[in-house]
Design a protein around this ligand. Structure first.
Ligand code: S3P
Length: 436
């Protein structure tokens, strides 16, 4: 994809697609529930389709339909013990969420399964789920003994217990909690900072016996013995997808964009806090709750006086996926932005510290990589470059935003831009619609 600088402001309204984290969970918990689950606002992206296909392969019937309220997904749940052994390995594609959450569920089944994934996923660390699930009695191992995919998960004896995690990861926390549905006692997770809590909110809504943690006390516990009951899930728009339009509107002169129905769960809203702290003109309106999730409409105006900031500590899990985009906005702001305590970025779909810094510098910005983050010296004009995305969807979308504020006539070349389909298949179409 070749993108030149924006010649006009971004104007208009977007309903961003459904939240990826919530969409994954709606399929998983719907499959494990008794009775039907209807999901509205489901994100039909490559990652969520990977989750859907894994559950179809384990005998779950999933239909797609449409009625007066719009498109929906209908999952015919078979209860906690209704999954059947798949005919072959389960392919998680590019999706870390599919892999890690499903590991917790598979740990409770009495059949053996092998999990595989694409090149990027096959490089990502799985020890973080292998270790705690093994401690809790699961039978789970890396086939090549390298803590990477393929994973073999068989019948274990889950006994519950308390796990203290080293990193604040919702994927790890969720895997542990899901295994707890199959344990013979209470399972608790204590994390260093509170990570996104969609699993806790949705499991509770499905009827699980769960006590969620808080920012002050992150201990989250689940007790076995209750069946999950099918329900209707309304998926709010994904703040991680809205982020790209928020960033673009802040940077492009004259812009004014309304983003409708965006999830602003407090474990996910770090980007709003950081941008407001940098001097952004953002208004959050019409706050409401859907299936326990806080959502709102977000109005963003061009903000010419953005200032650099320092980001670290407990806010990091609440904006972890937005850091490449925040770095792009920081490059357009005055002064330095320091991002620390974010070494998790090195083990996402790509090494997002190296790629973000490398691509920013290729465009003429001034940025330095640190082990656990980066420093961006804002204010240098950006110019044309070839962007190495390593097929990472969030890198592709972040640098598409950077391209819009680049100053050279030659376009910025976003390599492998089709990877946006991992989380936002309609990204370029929606961007075009705002450009009039
Ligand atoms: C996710 C959790 C985050 C995030 C990922 C989705 C989830 O990962 O980066 O895109 O849905 O649970 P970690 O919590 O493992 O950092």
């Amino acid at each position: 994809m070749k993108i030149t600088h924006a010649t006009k402001p971004l104007r208009g309204e977007i309903v961003v697609p459904g939240d990826k984290s919530i969409s994954h969970r709606s399929i998983m918990f719907g499959a494990l529930a008794n009775g039907d689950t209807v999901v509205r606002g489901f994100l039909k992206s490559a990652d969520c389709i990977s989750t859907m296909n894994c559950f179809k392969a384990m005998g779950i019937e999933i239909e797609e339909g449409s009625d007066g309220e719009g498109d929906f997904i209908l999952i015919h749940g078979k209860g906690l013990h209704g999954l059947s052994k798949p005919g072959s390995s389960l392919d998680c594609g590019n999706s870390g969420t599919t892999t890690r959450l499903i590991s917790g569920i598979l740990a409770g089944q009495d059949f053996e399964t092998v999990l595989i994934g694409d090149e990027s996923l096959s490089k990502r660390p799985m020890k973080r789920v292998i270790e705690p699930l093994s401690t809790l009695g699961a039978s789970i191992a890396s086939m090549n003994d390298d803590d990477r995919l393929p994973l073999v998960i068989g019948k274990g004896e889950l006994h519950g217990g308390v796990i203290r995690t080293r990193v604040a990861s919702a994927q790890v926390k969720s895997a542990i909690l899901l295994s707890g549905l199959y344990a013979d006692g209470e399972t608790s997770v204590i994390e260093p900072s509170l990570s996104r809590n969609h699993t806790e909110l949705m499991l509770k809504a499905f009827g699980a016996d769960i006590t969620a943690g808080s920012a002050e006390d992150t201990r989250t516990s689940v007790r076995p013995g209750r069946e999950l009951k099918g329900m209707t899930v309304k998926v709010p728009g994904d703040i991680s997808s809205a982020a790209f339009f928020i960033g673009a509107a802040l940077l492009i002169p004259g812009s004014r964009v309304m983003l409708k129905n965006v999830g602003i769960n407090p474990t996910r809203d770090g980007i709003l806090k950081v941008f407001m702290d940098m001097g952004a003109d953002i208004t959050v309106e019409n706050v409401r709750y859907e299936t326990g999730e806080k959502c709102a409409d977000i109005l963003v105006n061009y903000s010419p006086e953005l200032k650099g900031t320092t980001i670290g500590g407990d806010i990091i899990p609440a904006l972890i996926d937005e850091i490449p985009l925040i770095a792009v906005v920081a490059a357009g702001a005055e002064g330095d932005t320091v991002i620390k305590d974010a070494s998790e970025l090195r083990v996402k779909e790509s090494d997002r510290i190296s790629l973000t810094v490398g691509n920013l510098n290729a465009m003429g910005a001034s940025a330095e990589a640190r082990d656990d983050g980066m420093v961006i010296h804002g204010g240098s004009p950006l110019h044309h470059a070839v962007i190495d995305t390593a097929k990472d969807h969030r890198i592709a979308m972040s640098f598409s935003v950077a391209a819009l504020i680049s100053e050279s006539v030659q376009p910025v070349d976003i390599r492998d831009s089709a990877c946006v389909g991992i989380s936002y298949p309609g990204f370029y179409k929606d961007l075009d619609s705002l450009m009039g």
